[in-house]
Design a protein around this ligand. Structure first.
Ligand code: ADP
Length: 566
């Protein structure tokens, strides 16, 4: 192939390949990207919404817990007077009732206006202790109601209390209950989201009011929240790294008049876990889909460009074949002309030979020529000349017959005689290639109607193709060619030519009757033989078919009407 056409195929290949890759790849990646974007934001929204919902639930739960405990205490303070409560045993009875109703109450105490613990029921010995300097006491006296942060107090264990102030006969007194921090703690802690989700409460100084599952004891400073957000209403969500460097998704809200800070948090990797798997999946789909697109594009491009190259080659070949065919036609015409020219002198020679014969026999009759060895030799020579003239005229006739094929002369053809004659023409060629020819012609086979020269051309073509295919498979030894004629089921005359040659692939089988289809090397085949044969048989009112198995052999059948049947 020329360099320039190689370059142009390379260019076409580049263009086709690029567009075949880019056209599907761009929308493919766009769709995946958009899909991933929407998926990501939907996962983020739903994770944030769910963590917000948990904070909201918790906020309500803590508020209603504290509200209920406050109402419990208010009921007592409103039902009993200070004097009643400090009376022997009353506080115990009241506490028992209270504890039954709300087990979160750990103790109950009553204080006079000087902060002296005048009545107490609970696990510690706190009666008589003075609290007038305690922060909570000061607060409750000031505000009438107070819920403390978690503190140690006299009992030296973390707890928090709810206290109410009442006035009786102009004197202030206080009722206070301690809340079981464990119960409160468990209530806040019990949230579960994913693997790392947790909830806890800090006070305004960032001190743990409940424990934190991932580390953080009561009353310790939270190492992660350096600065608490300023008090705000509603829920805030944000992501931040903790002291260990793990990134968390936070949802927070302020409780208890902005004195407690409720935090629900979950590690970002855990909260957005679905995103990571989706990311892997999308990366996998991108790689596999991209590879499939590139693979198919390369395969298809090679196929298309290959087909283009093949078509171009076929076009070039077609041109060459046309030139060769026209040259053959010219040679044919020339040969016919020469044959015609030679035929005339042959006729003259023939009549001269007849004249010589007549003269010789006259001379003999008149006794002027005696029988002798020389005369005998002369007569043999004349016979030889006669024989050679006959051979030459046979050849010229054959050439003329071939040349006149365009002007078809339809006659009845007796295949019983005709087929053996045509076989006779290729017997030599076949035996040189070691091919055995078998004939099976039905006795008294009905004649067909057609031009003998044309039908001969068909058979010779089939024989030549068969010999070529046999040599291709067997070399010059062991091939078989079977020729036969009989009647088919429809009463038509069927001629078949069967060989055990190389056979035809199913793909080529569809094309064998197409003009210019040839698998033979340049110079050996024109690809016109079978298409011309097909045309001839069709014109004779018949059908030509082929069946073949690659590597096993081929059979051509010709069905023709019986002469005079139409
Ligand atoms: P040509 O002989 O010039 O190639 P034809 O039209 O006679 O043209 O045949 C076309 C093609 O059909 C051949 O090139 C060959 O591939 C295939 N063919 C024809 N006859 C046979 C056969 N008997 N066995 C195998 N292949 C055949």
């Amino acid at each position: 192939m020329e360099q320039s056409s190689k370059d142009s195929y390379r260019k076409i290949k580049g263009i086709v390949l690029t567009s075949m890759i880019l056209v599907p790849l761009i929308p493919f990646i766009l769709i995946l990207g958009i899909g991933y974007f929407y998926f990501t934001s939907s996962v983020e929204h739903s994770s944030i919404a769910s963590i917000k919902r948990i904070v909201e639930d918790h906020r309500q739960m803590v508020a209603s817990f504290l509200g209920e405990r406050k109402s419990d205490l208010e009921l007592i303070a409103d039902s009993y007077s200070f004097t009643e409560l400090v009376r022997e045993n009353t506080i115990r009875v009241v506490y028992d009732h209270l504890h039954k109703k709300a087990p979160a109450f750990a103790d109950l105490g009553v204080f006079d206006e000087n902060g002296v613990h005048v009545a107490y029921e609970g696990p510690f010995k706190l009666t008589g202790k003075v609290y007038n300097e305690a922060a909570w006491f000061k607060e409750v006296i000031k505000k009438g109601y107070f819920i403390s942060d978690v503190f140690l107090g006299y009992r030296r264990i973390p707890h928090f209390c709810i206290a109410l102030m009442r006035t009786e006969d102009g004197k202030k007194w206080v009722i206070r209950a301690t809340i079981d921090t464990h119960m409160f703690n468990d209530m806040v802690k019990k949230v579960r989201i994913g693997k790392t989700g947790e909830a806890y409460i800090l006070n305004a100084e960032g001190i743990f009011q409940t424990e934190r599952r991932s580390g953080g004891s009561l009353m310790n400073k939270d190492p992660d929240t350096v600065e608490l957000p300023r008090p705000h209403s509603g829920i805030k969500t944000f992501t931040e790294k903790d002291a260990r460097g793990d990134k968390y998704l936070y949802a927070t809200t302020w409780l208890k008049d902005n004195r407690w800070f409720l935090v629900v948090r979950q590690e970002v990797a855990d909260a957005f876990k679905a995103l990571r798997s989706a990311g892997y999946l999308i990366a996998l789909i991108t790689v596999m889909g991209g590879a499939a697109i590139v693979g198919i594009a390369i395969f298809e491009t090679n196929r298309i460009v290959g087909r283009m190259e093949q078509l171009d080659a076929e076009k070039d070949q077609l041109g060459e074949q046309l030139v060769r065919a026209s040259r053959l036609a010219e040679i044919g015409e020339m040969a016919t002309g020469i044959a015609h020219e030679i035929n005339n002198p042959l006729q003259v020679m023939k009549s001269e030979k007849t004249l010589i014969d007549t003269i010789l026999s006259d001379l003999k009759d008149r006794g002027e020529l005696k029988e002798s060895e020389d005369l005998k030799e002369l007569e043999d020579s004349i016979d030889q000349i006669n024989l050679q003239i006959d051979r030459c005229s046979k050849i010229t006739h054959a050439v003329l017959k071939f040349g006149r094929q365009n002007d078809a002369i339809s006659t009845e053809i007796d295949l019983g005689v005709f087929i053996p004659e045509v076989i006779g023409m290729i017997t030599n060629k076949a035996s040189v290639e070691g091919i055995t020819i078998t004939q099976d012609i039905l006795a008294d086979i009905p004649s067909i109607q057609g031009d003998q020269g044309h039908f001969q051309q068909v058979l010779i073509n089939l024989f030549n193709n068969a010999i070529y295919a046999i040599v291709e498979r067997h070399g010059s030894e062991g091939g078989e060619l079977a020729v036969g004629a009989g009647l088919n089921d429809d009463g038509m005359v069927r001629t078949y030519v069967r060989d055990d040659g190389a056979g035809i692939s199913p793909e080529n089988l569809k094309k064998v009757f197409s003009p210019f289809f040839t698998t033979k090397p340049v110079g050996k085949g024109t690809g016109l033989g079978l298409s011309v044969c097909y045309g001839i048989i069709d014109a004779m009112g018949g059908v030509m078919r082929v069946s073949s198995q690659k590597g096993l052999g081929t059979t051509f059948t010709i069905d023709l009407p019986v002469a005079g049947s139409k």
